[in-house]
Design a binder for this molecule. Structure first.
Ligand code: S3P
Length: 209
């Protein structure tokens, strides 16, 4: 369990009339989706602390399961093998009690992984603009896809390919260029609205769409 962050109570008190984060009943695992650098792990950790849930990072789980880094999986076995492992790991995590799951940027793009997330989780797309993604991803050098050429051009291409797919997530939140608490507030508010909204007609909870 990730330790509660200092702002937890203050944030929960002021976000949209919510007096305690526990009051938000989370029925399914919340899966953060979006491009590399969108803030999925950073916001995921804070969201988990605010809601008193466990945080788990899919990429870290894949690395533990494989016994090597994602870069090594890509190098030794190729992207398709990585996607296989990602599919299995995310499916296993979705079978466990509700928590906050940061997925890798390509997870929601894989049709089977997306189907599992849509059926068994609540997806939140952290949308960010190109400059923000570029700035954030430049801080680390461990993303194989960004080493295939000019990172700006690659991220731009991925935005074109993937944004229409991420848009199928249950909730979309713009990742703020500033303190993570700003984005966290947006996520909490959007989540609260989503959970309060009546279920879509004919759509039983947990049904595959
Ligand atoms: C990928 C994103 C990475 C990681 C892998 C592939 C992608 O995760 O899963 O390098 O296809 O966008 P982050 O989005 O957490 O960097």
């Amino acid at each position: 369990m990730v330790a509660a962050l200092p702002f937890q109570e203050r944030l929960a008190d002021r976000v949209h009339g919510m007096s305690a984060p526990e009051r938000m009943k989370i029925p399914k695992t919340i899966v953060l989706v979006g491009l590399m650098g969108a803030g999925k792990s950073c916001i995921g950790r804070r969201l988990a602390a605010a809601l008193g849930l466990e945080f788990v990072d899919a990429d870290t789980q894949i690395e533990s399961a494989a016994g090597c880094t994602i870069e090594e999986i890509f190098e030794r076995h190729g992207e398709a093998a990585f996607r296989d492992g990602e599919r299995r790991v995310i499916s296993r995590l979705l079978d466990q009690p509700p928590r906050i799951l940061a997925s890798g940027g390509g997870a929601f793009i894989d049709p089977a992984t997306q189907k599992a997330i849509r059926a068994r989780g609540i997806s939140i797309w952290l949308r960010a603009d190109l400059d923000l993604l570029l700035r954030r991803t430049s801080r680390r050098n461990n993303r194989p896809l960004l080493k295939r050429g000019d990172p700006r051009a690659i991220l731009q291409d991925l935005m074109t390919q993937r944004y229409p797919i991420y848009a199928k997530a249950d909730i979309t939140v713009d990742s703020a260029d500033g303190p993570p608490e700003v984005t966290l507030d947006r996520v909490l508010a959007a989540l609260q609205a989503h959970l309060a909204a009546p279920a879509p007609a004919g759509g039983a909870a947990g049904a595959e769409r």
